[in-house]
Design a protein around this ligand. Structure first.
Ligand SMILES: Cc1ncc(COP(=O)(O)O)c(C=O)c1O
Length: 374
């Protein structure tokens, strides 16, 4: 019987094949083709548009991912406290000061919701981190913008003057994206101490590990119990942008309040957590990446100066410079030469933000810049 069924099935499928052969070509269902890779995944693409780590991930993180693959059938619970503990210890905090999230974006949004973003009033600098800006706009925040000063830095005096007690929170990005400027640490600390009595203060320290003096983290204010939330990420120096790991640091009462807004009991995969745990302890890799990043900066300045571009001195792994032509056309011209970068309109003028890449990538960028002459 089984033979006859097999035979019947075989016959049926053969008949279908024969029938399909008889169909006009356009009616035969085409086999699903693999999607063509995203430009960033193609070899030869010089990807300088998202301030990622051009040196990839630590070998220790890679080994941890491979090892963790065998445990993917388990929920990631043990890895959570392990990473929290590492971060807490490194920042002289206890683990109840730390919340992990799927990238700092998730935490910025959850904390944003918890502290009034939806329909509430928020203050931020302009220009500052565009994704934070977009989030506030999307959720209907009454968003008040305070222009950067003429050095493209946060104007803390102006922010302080505008920040009345009816604001739900203030968002400060330090180092600031897209200008790569930092705020004087003494001034920022004084501002935070005062402002956190009036409202919640968000400090986005995504570029903490790559920041150059006079940068200073505001994490000590968390230790002092101020109403300050620090956001950091594994997407930059750790090269784990695709793994999606970020963390927030705040006093335990605030962390509890943010956690109440979380929609997922375990938003980060075990693979990502294991990678982050390994990377966090791989000081050799982190130092190598930081050193190379710092080496690339003067070279980039020299190129920009030689070609006569005005740039904002950078305190982190990207540089903003002014161009003279339509930014979208210029962006496409770079793209045609396999160079991806980001453009902005700031004070009605077009600007490019270029991330620091490897020496070869920076050479390719310099060649394209010279040829395109934006
Ligand atoms: C200032 C700033 N904050 C947050 C993020 C987002 O980081 P994550 O990848 O952890 O969501 C970025 C990414 O570019 C950033 O520039």
């Amino acid at each position: 019987m089984s033979l006859s069924i097999d035979r019947r099935q075989w016959l049926k499928s053969s008949a279908l094949v024969a029938a399909s052969l008889a169909l006009p070509r356009e009616l035969v269902a085409a086999p699903a083709l693999p999607q063509s890779p995203h430009p960033r995944d193609q070899k030869g693409i010089v990807k300088l548009n998202s301030n990622e780590n051009p040196y990839g991930i630590s070998e220790k993180a890679r080994a941890a991912i491979v090892e963790a693959a065998d445990f993917t059938h388990y929920y990631p619970h043990p890895a959570y406290p392990e990473l929290v503990e590492l971060i807490a210890r490194d920042n002289n905090l206890t683990s109840d000061h730390i919340m992990l999230g799927a990238g700092s974006t998730e935490l910025l949004c959850i904390a944003g919701f918890r502290f009034g973003a939806q329909g509430g009033k928020v203050l931020m600098a302009d220009p500052s981190y565009f994704d934070a800006h977009d989030f506030y706009v999307r959720v209907g925040t009454d968003l008040q913008l305070v222009p950067l000063n003429e050095s493209f830095e946060h104007d803390l005096d102006a922010i302080d003057r505008r920040l009345t007690a009816d604001f739900d929170h203030v968002y400060i990005c330090n180092p600031n994206n897209p200008t790569a400027t930092v705020v004087d640490s003494m001034a920022l600390r004084a501002f935070c101490e005062e402002a956190s009595r009036r409202t919640m203060v968000f400090i986005d320290e995504a570029y903490h590990d790559l920041a150059l003096d006079p940068y200073d983290s505001m994490v000590d204010l968390v230790r002092d119990g101020a109403n300050v939330i620090i956001f950091r990420t594994f997407s930059k120096i750790h090269g784990l942008a695709g793994a999606r790991v970020g963390y927030a640091m705040a006093k335990p009462e605030i962390i509890e309040q943010i956690e109440e807004m979380g929609t997922n009991f375990a938003p980060i995969s075990n693979l990502s957590l294991r990678a982050a745990i390994a990377s966090y302890q791989d000081t050799e890799f982190l130092e190598m990446c930081t050193a190379r990043n710092h080496e690339a900066r003067p070279e980039l300045y020299a190129t920009l100066e030689r070609l006569g571009y005005f740039y904002v001195p950078s305190h982190t792994n990207f540089v903003l410079f002014r161009i003279r032509r339509d930014r979208r056309e210029v962006q496409q011209e770079f793209r045609d030469r396999n160079v991806m970068l980001r453009t902005f309109t700031i004070n009605d003028a077009p600007w490019i933000r270029v991330s620091m890449g490897t020496a070869e990538q920076m050479q390719a960028f310099a060649g394209a810049l010279e040829a395109i002459a934006p």
